[in-house]
Design a protein around this ligand. Structure first.
Ligand code: AKB
Length: 312
């Protein structure tokens, strides 16, 4: 997803960086609440504002500042930035890939990036940071647009634009839906509830994936990275790549009776077949020290444990 650090401010009196004032758009999606928790620990609850166009659940409302922001309403967004003295704007507002294809008119204003920014003519194994990007989804087209606009504004006006391309993010906290990588979340819920799972992707469809804890940490580390260390503005980040069959095999080490059937959905299978199988994140590793903590075995253990706890 895209992270725009809109204003790198250094205090004029000292060399200490000022505490950032953060606004997260699309904050009630898969990632906003978890990132807000991490940022609030670091910078204080009141300095991190979550926003969305939906009513937040009570526990989110009670955990820190929440405001209504529609990213399509430029005046509303600008008012929020000015009134709240925002210095870091994290854009998580988006429609996921499969939903985007069903609502082609809507996703063109989204502002973040993922593996969806690549297409069938990009190198897929691995996909480097800089290569041909000709995505065949409206989701991907909007991502490339946001990447290029952000980089343009950086080079032309000095905007401190920072963009991460996320893999499929695996999290127990939010219900899956609307994405192409979401099978890799649903399989854990179904494995624990019924012991049966039907995959909408073929057994051998390999895609880059990441545990949500690594995703939040990568985001924070990238936001904090000194400007002088960044040779790019848009970075791939990677952790692991697996197929439905491989994740099912790993889950069977804990739940041996898991049954998986395959019924590829033409829309999502076509999207997955056009996306990178692996991500080359060597620039993120070199420039700002990115290292994932979770590989497939740790991810599976953690997901099963987290979902079991939710159900008990
Ligand atoms: C999706 O599947 O649409 C997203 C993504 C990888 O961009 N999770």
């Amino acid at each position: 997803r895209q992270i725009s650090r809109w204003n790198k401010q250094e205090s004029s009196e000292s060399s200490q960086p000022e505490t950032p004032r953060v606004l997260i758009t699309g904050g009630l999606g898969q990632l906003g609440v978890g990132l807000a928790q991490l940022l609030r620990k670091q910078y204080g609850t009141d300095n991190v504002i979550l926003s969305d166009i939906k009513k937040p659940p009570t526990e989110v409302f009670n955990s820190g500042p929440f405001v209504y922001v529609d990213v399509l309403d430029y005046k509303n967004l600008r008012e929020m930035l000015v009134n709240n003295r925002i210095t870091w704007l994290v854009h998580y507002s988006a429609l996921l890939s499969a939903v985007g294809e069903a609502n082609v008119a809507r996703p063109q204003d989204q502002h973040h990036s993922t593996i969806g920014a690549f297409g069938p003519s990009s190198p897929r194994d691995p996909a480097p940071d800089l290569c041909v990007q000709r995505p065949r989804t409206i989701y991907g087209v909007s991502k490339v647009h946001a990447e290029l606009m952000g980089e343009y504004l950086h080079h032309k006006y000095g905007l401190d634009f920072r963009c991460l391309r996320y893999p499929g993010i695996i999290s127990a906290d939010t219900p899956p839906g609307g994405g192409t990588t979401d099978y890799a979340v649903q399989i854990f819920h179904d494995a624990l509830s019924s012991g049966r799972f039907q995959s909408y992707l073929r057994a051998d469809t390999r895609l880059p994936m990441m545990h949500v804890g690594d995703c939040h940490r990568a985001t924070l580390e990238y936001l904090q990275a000194p400007d002088c260390q960044l040779s790019l503005r848009t970075y791939n980040i990677a952790a692991m790549s697996f197929t439905p069959e491989e994740v099912a095999q790993e889950i069977r080490k804990h739940l041996p009776h898991l049954q998986v059937t395959y019924r590829p959905d033409p829309v999502r299978q076509t999207i997955a077949d056009s996306w990178p199988m692996r991500f080359d994140d060597s620039n993120a590793r070199r420039d700002w020290g990115w290292r994932p903590a979770y590989q497939l075995p740790e991810l599976v253990t953690d997901m099963l444990e987290a979902i079991r706890q939710q159900r008990s």
